[in-house]
Design a protein around this ligand. Structure first.
Ligand code: C5P
Length: 228
């Protein structure tokens, strides 16, 4: 039987936050941002190990106390220039079996709930391809021209917003990311192989902290939903 592992790419700088401190270390509810995602993943009984992929020169991770997670949390100092490179390097360093499931989750999605994690695993554990948490697009979408005027309104029907975790077998994912193309998420790499990852319905609360005001919203959600 294959096992489940989590891999958290956390080697980005998070420049859109307008802060010198890398995004994953910004304070949120009294902890660094990344703590919250690691806390949820480490508490999941199905997951054997949580690998966190850090920049090779990262000096901050070890300045925090991670002892509560014990051996379940494994830092890997092999992050790359892009998120896809960080995931590729992490997969290689983690030495997983090709059939092992790996759940790739952004360090910057602190409000992932145990319920959504369990749902993702349950819906995909017997799937041939794998899939992702996602939500149907709620807003009307406009395509801009080069004058920042509306060129057209995009059909919203059938459009979903991709979230993480994105759950694939380690061998398939390594093969997919090995394609030299540019991918912004793992699913895009798997799609490029001609496969169709499944969309597992999530909620908008599992958003990615991208702009400064997102921290405030995340803090409110964490206060409501979780023990910190
Ligand atoms: O910058 P963005 O929010 O899209 O990053 C998504 C996730 O990918 C974050 O957890 C970030 O730390 C990670 N990342 C990485 N290596 C990079 C760029 C981003 O691990 N070179």
């Amino acid at each position: 039987m294959s096992d489940f592992y989590a891999l958290v790419p956390a080697a980005g700088s998070g420049s859109r936050m307008g802060n010198d401190l890398p995004k994953q270390y910004l304070p949120l509810a009294g902890r660094p941002l990344i703590f919250h995602a690691l806390n949820t993943l480490c508490a999941c009984p199905d997951i054997a190990t949580v690998f966190v992929v850090l920049a090779p020169g990262d000096t901050l991770f070890h300045s925090y106390d991670w002892s509560r997670f014990g051996d379940k949390l494994q830092p890997l100092y092999c992050g790359g220039a892009t998120r896809a490179e960080s995931v590729t390097n992490g997969l290689l360093a983690s030495e997983l079996e090709p059939d092992d499931w790996v759940l790739v989750h952004d360090a910057a999605r602190p409000c992932l709930t145990q319920a959504h994690l369990a749902k993702l695993i349950l819906e995909l554990r017997d799937d041939a391809v794998g899939g992702i948490l996602a939500v149907p697009v709620a807003d009307t979408l406009k395509r801009a021209d080069d004058q920042q005027r509306i060129a057209c309104t995009e059909e919203r029907e059938g459009l979903w917003q991709a979230q993480t975790p994105q759950m694939f077998r380690a061998g398939l994912l390594a093969q997919a990311l090995g394609n030299a193309k540019k991918f912004t998420d793992e699913a895009a790499a798997v799609e490029a192989l001609g496969l169709k990852p499944k969309l597992v319905l999530s909620e908008s609360g599992n958003f990615k902290v991208t702009y400064p005001q997102d921290l405030l919203l995340a803090e409110l959600l964490l206060q409501q939903g979780k023990e910190i």
